[in-house]
Design a protein around this ligand. Structure first.
Ligand code: BES
Ligand code: MN
Ligand code: ZN
Length: 503
């Protein structure tokens, strides 16, 4: 998939396959709002108003009504997309509307002209960005492995026109949204790849390929020998049960100019398949554990987005990659490991493997000079139980870092809610034999004790752990702009937004 080009043209003046018109509630009494929509309605001799009055068009969030035209406009179709209550329209509503338009046009594809609505409580550049993101993220299909007749495949929107007079801010916002949406979809591709295709080695190859796309991005992949030399006993142990050996995948973004001394350290859990290891998982839904590298995918395409946007902030991304398998050489409950920072870990459960690979990954990011850490992982099932598939939960040791993450989450759509890191939770991982254990036998506080474990390896300086077990990989559509199961690309937009705020 390549980037969808953006153009700007006066409302309805562009040749397009369809024109999308946002419709808000209430629609009764001819509530077609916005100059663009009113002009279109006039040209259609009031058909939109009539549909609103008949109740066929309601303006509900995510609704899409397709009209075929007879030469009244430059486009042969209008897709009226609902954005919900007029005064409550936000970016999420417009992303959802954009996705609904893409879905309604899945048999058409081609060029889509998007109208904005200057009466909505959202600045026009933000409206354009949200609609563009929605169209591209909502148009994503996870069925790349289907062998069906190509003519029957869903058609993609290949070109987007923003129906407005040209304005640099509007253009920049739409271009940025197109870039981020495309990177988000690339992260989804990685998470959706089956584990017989994506393993620590092939993930490293993807990272190298990404680095080749960008002048100031480099990639280095460390294998088992280097991991042993660095003393990464935690990552090595997790990877040992599989014939697909572990890797530490490192990307560095060194822009020619920087406006801050911050070095953003991004660390991603990249378990290409999590069977649980010797503490084997139950069989039901185990196939979704191919998505246990979704944090790494978001991290990889997050630093890729930073490079593509040419942000003036240095960044380093570390993907701690392993396949967690049972086997004759697999690590076991009872083993005591030594991590790269010298601390020892008693293994209680080999299925608590994410925190182990991250321990060594975070240490390496600090060694590379990271001043601020953001770590992303599908870490605990309990976080998905707590927050469902919408919000990630995050933990941090720094108030300013917390505020920045919260703000970036809200703005980007990669939502995150803060959880506590009280020191008295540390007792859950006290071990009789080693510095700590990797789990607890109590059925309590699983996400926070995992965070306390990670804190032991976070080094000095601001650090945050984002547990994205819920929103990282979906079992089913979420009813918004993520219309399909599988990888969501969570983290790409969050990272880009966070990094933009550091410059
Ligand atoms: N990858 C899983 C967590 C997970 C579960 C993510 C479901 C997404 C959906 C992780 O490695 C894991 O197995 N966590 C265990 C930890 C436990 C053994 C301490 C969990 O949460 O059950
Ligand atoms: Mn696990
Ligand atoms: Zn896992």
């Amino acid at each position: 998939m390549s980037r969808v080009p953006i153009e700007i043209a006066l409302p309805g003046q562009a040749q397009a396959d369809a024109l999308a018109v946002p419709i808000s509630r209430p629609v009764s009494g001819g509530g077609v709002t916005g100059d663009g929509a009113r002009i279109v309605d006039e040209k259609l001799r009031g058909r939109l108003t009539a549909l609103a009055e008949s109740g066929e068009l309601r303006g509900d969030r995510g609704e899409a009504v397709l009209l075929h035209l007879d030469g009244e406009l430059q486009a042969p179709r209008v897709v009226a997309v609902g954005v919900g209550e007029h005064d409550e329209v936000d970016a999420d509503a417009l992303r959802t509307a954009g996705a609904a338009a893409a879905a309604a046009l899945a048999r058409v594809g081609g060029t889509l002209d998007l109208l904005l609505d200057d009466s909505l409580p959202l600045p026009l550049p933000e409206q354009a960005a949200a609609l563009v993101e929605g169209v591209i993220i909502g148009g994503y299909s996870p069925g790349a492995w289907k062998t069906e007749d190509p003519a029957k495949r869903p058609r993609q929107i290949e070109r987007i026109v923003i129906g407005h007079f040209d304005d640099q801010k509007l253009r920049d916002a739409a271009e940025r949204a197109s870039l981020l949406a495309e990177r988000t979809n690339r992260a989804r591709d990685l998470a959706n790849m089956p584990p017989n295709e994506l393993n620590p080695h092939t993930l490293g190859e993807h990272a190298k390929e990404l680095a080749r796309e960008h002048e100031h991005l480099t990639c280095e992949v460390l294998g088992t020998r280097e991991l042993d030399e660095l003393g990464m006993g935690a990552l090595s142990a997790v990877g040992r049960g599989s014939r697909n050996e572990p890797r530490l995948i490192v990307l560095r973004y060194e822009p020619p100019e920087t406006t801050t001394g911050v070095v953003l350290g991004l660390v991603g859990k990249s378990i290409t398949f999590d069977t649980g290891g010797i503490s084997l998982k139950p069989g039901a839904k185990m196939e979704d554990m191919k998505g246990d590298m979704a944090g790494g995918a978001g991290t990889l395409h997050g630093i890729g987005a930073i490079a593509a946007l040419q942000l003036p902030v240095r960044a380093v991304a570390v993907l701690a990659a392993a396949e967690n398998m049972p086997g004759g050489d697999a690590f076991r409950p009872g083993d005591i490991l030594r991590a790269a920072n010298g601390k020892t870990i008693e293994i209680i459960n080999t299925d608590a493997e994410g925190r182990l690979v991250l321990a060594d990954g975070m240490w390496y990011a600090r060694r590379e000079g990271a001043t601020h850490l953001l770590e992303l992982s599908t870490l605990t099932g309990a976080m998905e139980l707590a927050l469902g598939d919408l919000y990630a939960g995050y933990f941090t040791n720094d108030e300013d870092w917390s505020d920045r993450i919260r703000a970036a989450a809200d703005r980007s759509g990669d939502l995150a809610w803060r959880f506590p890191l009280h020191d008295r939770y540390r007792r859950y991982i006290d071990s009789a034999y080693a510095d700590m254990k990797n789990g607890s036998t109590l059925r309590q506080g699983s996400p926070v004790l995992a965070a306390k474990f990670l804190e032991e390896f976070a080094g000095d300086g601001p650090w945050a752990h984002v547990d994205m077990a819920g929103p990282g990989f979906l079992e089913r559509s979420r009813g918004d702009y993520l219309r399909v199961p599988g990888g969501t690309g969570y983290g790409v937009r969050l990272i880009a937004e966070l990094a933009s705020g550091l410059t």
